[in-house]
Write a protein that binds this ligand. Structure first.
Ligand code: PMV
Length: 366
């Protein structure tokens, strides 16, 4: 059954809020990044996806965000922002504009002086997309403040849905970071509670092999992307393959939901690699076209496929909107893959850098 847009409900809730009584408080959350298996690429309206996507929640690549607040006498949004204990105007601007956008839903922000301090677990500028972890951590902080001020219960399952809804408004992929192990964002007839407005957790229908999957993230380049995700999404509007892509992805969701349930790892490998290559093929077929892979990305892809064929280890790669390669494989093969990375792959990574990550349980309140 299609889920209606919860926006009206959230606005009605906001209209009941009186100026806060509590004088000050603080909250801190740690929220992970996620890696999409079926990719979201192309959007419409207010940050709504053109096709559903499914991701695995990571653990070691996370953002920690602390939000302190103090009630003030005058009204007006005010935010001090620090990244790694230093001012960072570019992020500060992004956060201010997001808070301004969601002000109708969180009117109490207008009465607060906010001090936000954020840091990433992964090296700054490592080329790992941080919007999913940073925006979900921020939204969790805001919802926590709302709870402190107005007693909105975190135990209510609708709380997580709400966190996902607002994370989505900041960054589409952030909507999926809230859930343990795996999440689905976007409406599909193949999953009952799915919605374009928020993601849903897939924990209950996941085969155990996917709950302990490893993700070794090979850093090939940490340079700023030549085309941002935002620009990439909008180039899909004129991409000649857009419609076929959205249809294909929607059908692949059905396949992947089945695979995640049965634990068919061979089929998982097929889907994962095909999705990564389709994402980059869409970039190459955009007008104007762009290429985010580097020569070393292709070199590593070849080596990973050779290693899989020779060793029989069920390992596969995927890519985000960038050149860095994510290697996914069952926990059982961790030592062998580590040796493979050390012996054959590290030399193609920037300064030998890679992140030893794994599928995890989602955000934690600190
Ligand atoms: O959430 P955004 O707007 O940064 O877009 C993310 C797009 C991909 O990372 C390439 C795919 C995905 O589904 O995460």
């Amino acid at each position: 059954m299609p889920i209606r847009n919860p926006e009206t409900h959230y606005l009605q809730q906001a209209a009941t809020y009186k100026p806060p009584n509590l004088r000050e408080g603080r909250t801190e959350w740690k929220s992970p990044s996620n890696i999409a298996i079926v990719k979201y690429w192309g959007k419409h309206g207010k940050q709504l996806p053109q096709n559903p996507s499914i991701s695995l929640t990571l653990s070691e690549a996370y953002t920690r965000t602390a939000v302190s607040y103090r009630v003030k006498k005058t009204r007006g949004l005010h935010v001090d922002f620090l990244f790694d204990d230093r001012p960072y105007p570019l992020f500060a601007e992004k956060i201010y504009s997001f808070l301004n956008q969601i002000l109708p839903f969180f009117p109490f922000l207008d009465w607060l002086d906010l001090a936000i301090s954020s840091s990433n677990s992964f090296p700054h500028s490592s080329g790992i997309a941080s919007s999913a972890s940073s925006m979900s951590a921020l939204v969790l902080g805001l919802l926590d403040i709302e709870q402190q001020l107005y007693g909105v219960s975190k135990a209510d399952p609708a709380w997580l849905q709400r966190a996902s809804f607002f994370s989505r408004l900041a960054s589409g992929s952030a909507s999926r970071s809230l859930f343990p192990y795996a999440a689905l964002w976007g409406h599909t007839p193949y999953h009952d509670s799915s919605s374009n407005y928020f993601a849903v957790g897939l924990e209950n229908r996941l085969h155990p092999v996917f709950k302990t999957l490893r993700d070794s993230i090979l850093i090939i380049s940490s340079e700023t992307k030549i085309v941002s995700s935002r620009a990439g999404h909008s180039l899909m509007e004129k991409n000649p393959y857009a419609m076929i892509r959205y249809q294909t992805a929607s059908e692949t969701i059905k396949e992947l939901l089945g695979v995640l349930h049965t634990g068919d790892i061979e089929h998982f490998i097929d889907i994962t690699e095909s999705e990564a290559l389709q994402l980059h093929a869409l970039m190459m077929s955009s007008k104007p076209s762009f290429i985010l892979m580097e020569p070393n990305t292709l070199q590593l892809i070849k080596l990973v496929r050779q290693f899989r064929a020779q060793s029989g280890i069920p390992i596969c790669f995927t890519l985000d909107a960038g050149p860095n390669l994510h290697l996914l494989y069952p926990e059982l093969y961790q030592d062998k893959v580590k040796q493979f990375i050390d012996n054959q792959l590290k030399e193609f990574c920037q300064a030998g850098a890679w992140i030893d990550d794994y599928v995890g349980e989602g955000p934690v309140k600190l």
